[in-house]
Write a new protein. Structure first.
Length: 285
């Protein structure tokens, strides 16, 4: 099976995840186009990447020359016409219609054989593929937050996905010093499907008054987990985590054991999304 050559990677969405993916791609030697309509978000993305590179420089992981070379490989743009490459990675809001609309715009600006990858954490790849003219070109490419640190990358194969694309992305992920795992399109894929009880059971215990969220984190971290469920939800973003829980719950027929938590919904209604809003289950400076 022929592995496609990839030189330029377009990353659409310059939030925390999009910035991390752009940094990972540039560090691996690819030319990167970082796209977002919002200039302020693009500016923040550049600053975030610079800060991450400075930390790596301080730890002796890279040289100052390498740091500058990585940054020079990234083009920051708010022009959709600049979004041309062999691979496009979408990392925008978790709404199916928004992703379909973006992909259809990108298809017009690119060659028919451009690989279209969604970083969605839970939306069905087949459902997105049904809304675009080249469903065989679409695949899931799910990085985890923070992308520069986390090694695992899920490659989600839809029913129509060209197998050559999957093979190409396995090689690409490995070139980024990441661990690729292939899975079929299914609710929550692998990690988010398995992780639901970790979050939900902890929130049910707090909701029923059996423990406090800080104590739950402390116990699970003492048991060997690197991060407790409440700290992890704050890091991911309560809004994103709740959205994933809702999608998995609905796609599996709304089983009671996977019902999204009301205490998480209350936090979201108050605009408390975790680290990015400086307040979630914990408060941040």
């Amino acid at each position: 099976m022929e592995i496609r050559k990839i030189e330029t990677i377009v990353v659409c969405g310059a939030g925390t995840m999009g910035s991390g993916i752009a940094q990972v791609a540039a560090t691996a030697g690819y030319q990167v186009v970082q796209f977002d309509l919002n200039e302020a978000v693009l500016h923040a993305s550049r600053q975030r990447i610079q800060k991450n590179l400075e930390k790596s420089l301080e730890k002796g992981k890279i040289t100052s020359e390498q740091s500058q070379e990585i940054l020079n490989k990234i083009q920051f743009t708010n022009q959709l016409t600049d979004c041309k490459g062999e691979l496009i990675i979408e990392a925008i809001i978790e709404k199916k219609e928004a992703k379909i609309n973006l992909f259809n715009q990108l298809i017009e600006a690119n060659n028919p054989d451009t690989i279209l990858a969604s970083n969605t954490s839970s939306i069905s790849i087949d459902a997105i593929a049904a809304g675009i003219p080249f469903p065989g070109q679409l695949v899931g490419l799910h990085f985890f937050n923070p992308a520069p640190v986390m090694k695992l990358v899920e490659i989600i194969q839809g029913k129509a996905t060209d197998p050559a694309i999957v093979a190409t992305l396995v090689a690409l992920v490995q070139s980024m010093q990441k661990k690729p795992v292939i899975c079929k399109d299914s609710p929550g894929f692998i990690v988010n499907r398995v992780a639901r009880p970790y979050y939900l059971e902890a929130m049910y215990l707090v909701q029923s008054g059996q423990t406090h969220f800080e104590q739950a984190d402390q116990v699970l971290e003492a048991a060997g987990f690197k991060m407790g469920p409440f700290k992890l939800m704050d890091l991911i973003g309560l809004d994103i985590n709740y959205s994933v829980s809702t999608i998995v719950w609905e796609d599996l027929g709304k089983p009671e054991r996977l019902r999204p938590s009301v205490i998480q919904k209350n936090k979201i209604d108050q605009g408390q999304f975790g680290v990015k809003t400086k307040k979630g289950f914990y408060e941040y400076e």
